[in-house]
Design a protein around this ligand. Structure first.
Ligand code: FE
Ligand code: FE
Length: 198
């Protein structure tokens, strides 16, 4: 596709996001399955449902612009998904796995936020109001997801991965100096980020 106008670039970027979202619909069930923290698992499942809606919105928009959804595979998302898959394959301790899955998920959300922020602005410039509204909805959902992931990481999962209160040590403490002898966060001045018990 020749990119001559902003409208061409708009359609090109919408197709890139479409490819990215389609890849996520396939990848997120694997992330949900791998996640061990129940809140993380639930959050990923909820975002999978939103992601399916993101796909539908892009179909609606591209159709309204007289375009198909067909385009090149989003290589960036392919790479991000591959990084997540290799983390799962490495089989780290479950708390570390959860922290890594959040890290990968946030990289994905930030990629989407950048993409949707741009196409939303293009839609506004091009006077495509309906597209702009749909893209804004998706952008808001991606941002909310990113914030929820930060909250989950900071309130519990990173602390657990660091051997903190929420972390069940699933092996014996090991000899002095082994990796299981990490100080718990509550003892090294980071108690203020300890998880809130509901
Ligand atoms: Fe999305
Ligand atoms: Fe997303």
């Amino acid at each position: 596709m020749q990119l001559e106008t902003l409208r061409d670039l708009f359609i090109h970027e919408l197709k890139d996001l479409y490819s990215a979202e389609k890849q996520l619909v396939k990848a997120l069930p694997k992330v949900a399955k791998a996640a061990t923290n129940p809140d993380l698992k639930k959050g990923v499942q909820a975002h999978l449902e939103q992601t399916k809606e993101h796909v539908t919105r892009l179909e609606t928009i591209l159709e309204s612009l007289g375009s198909t959804t067909r385009g090149p595979k989003c290589k960036a998302m392919e790479g991000l998904v591959e990084e997540g898959a290799s983390l799962i394959e490495d089989e780290p301790d479950k708390e570390v796995l959860d922290a890594g899955l959040i890290c990968g998920s946030q990289k994905i959300e930030h990629y989407e936020i950048a993409g949707y922020g741009t196409v939303r602005t293009f839609a506004e410039l091009l006077g495509e109001e309906e597209a702009m509204e749909l893209l804004q909805q998706t952008l808001d959902e991606e941002k909310a997801t990113d914030e929820k992931l930060t909250e989950l990481a900071m309130s519990a999962i990173n602390i657990a991965a660091n051997g903190g209160e929420d972390g069940e040590q699933d092996s014996d403490p090991g000899p002095p100096g082994s990796k299981n002898k990490q100080p718990s966060p509550s003892k090294n001045g980071k108690a203020k980020v300890a998880p809130k018990k509901k």
